[in-house]
Write a protein that binds this ligand. Structure first.
Ligand SMILES: C[S@@+](CC[C@H](N)C(=O)[O-])C[C@H]1O[C@@H](n2cnc3c(N)ncnc32)[C@H](O)[C@@H]1O
Length: 286
């Protein structure tokens, strides 16, 4: 299993960066259709709904709730607000969620994923949309998830997947990496997760070691079908951790290269498939 490339103090450095970043950027994803049909938020919401028993709604934790998009989808689909808990370690994000969900009486906590203010076994379903990779150390986050989940409870996560060859997203990553290599090569080490959880086998192993949980079913790869103009895509990219860590001169290079890429497509709007995967785990009896 890969060690964090730098050491524990870099965990703090990375966490500080993520916290500062989300003070300005909400970091949510477009709520658009995927190659599986529903949006990635709706896919997670369906996993929670599957845990309703005899008409009783599950208690759901939106871990790393960001600006509250997933929580909003859960409420829109009928989850009672008193059954929903949101956690994020950035005060501005909690405030954005509060405003989005207002006046629903949802419990929101400003807390670290590695130290949740929740009772053992108090949660039926933990949902995490595009946050687990930066909840470093990920091991400690998973251990907490295992503690707060009840036996038979589930954790469903949407994480990055490997981008498709030839897609704008894949070409963008190359553009970004080239700019980083030329301008600030030290950044190439990351914002590194301490484990490559985009590899389903790595995540499944980690989850099992930390929580005893097992996959509920096979991982599902899918793409988020973003249809965007160049200016919309550039705005979206500003909310990307590595892009944000580049100095302005590097960011300008990326922007220009992305503009050229769009021009080569010759259309105002282009579909940009963003690779993701959905994994669901269940906590078996001890
Ligand atoms: C990429 S954003 C995704 C937000 C939201 N889940 C969504 O998809 O719309 C990741 C979120 O996780 C939060 N986060 C990252 N590390 C965390 C930690 N250790 N504890 C709690 N929240 C954390 C960030 O503040 C941020 O709001």
């Amino acid at each position: 299993m890969a060690e964090h490339p730098h050491g524990p103090e870099d965990h703090r450095f990375d966490a500080d960066f993520v916290q500062r970043f989300h003070t300005t950027f909400d970091g949510s994803f477009p709520d658009v259709e995927t190659t599986l049909g529903p949006s990635s938020y709706a896919l997670l919401a369906a996993e929670a709904e599957a845990l309703a028993q005899n008409g009783a709604a599950p208690v759901v934790l939106d871990l790393g709730c960001g600006s509250g998009r997933l929580s909003e989808v859960l409420l829109q689909r009928g989850l009672p607000p008193q059954n929903l808990i949101g956690v994020d370690f950035v005060a501005e994000q909690i405030e954005r969620t509060r405003q989005r969900l207002n006046p629903a009486p949802v419990r929101l906590f400003l807390a670290q994923s590695q130290d949740l203010p929740l009772e053992d076994g108090s949660i039926d379903c933990v949902l995490n949309h595009m946050g687990l990779a930066v909840m470093i150390p990920v091991d400690a986050t998973l251990k907490e998830v295992g503690r707060v989940l009840r036996t038979g409870g589930r954790m469903a996560v949407v994480v990055d997947g490997p981008p498709k060859e030839g897609s704008i997203d894949k070409i963008y990553i190359q553009i970004l990496r080239e700019a980083v290599a030329a301008e600030q090569p030290q950044l190439l080490k990351g914002l590194a997760s301490d484990h490559d959880i985009s590899d389903p086998a790595v995540l499944a192993h980690l989850v099992h070691v930390q929580t005893g949980m097992i996959p509920h079913r096979a991982p599902q790869s899918f793409e988020l079908l973003m249809r965007m103009s160049v200016s919309e895509y550039l705005t979206f990219l500003e909310g990307e951790y590595l892009m944000r860590r580049l100095r302005e001169v590097g960011r300008q290079k990326v922007r220009h290269a992305v503009q050229r890429l769009f021009e080569s497509h010759g259309e105002d709007q282009v579909v940009i498939p963003l690779a993701m995967q959905l994994m669901v785990f269940v906590k078996p009896p001890a």
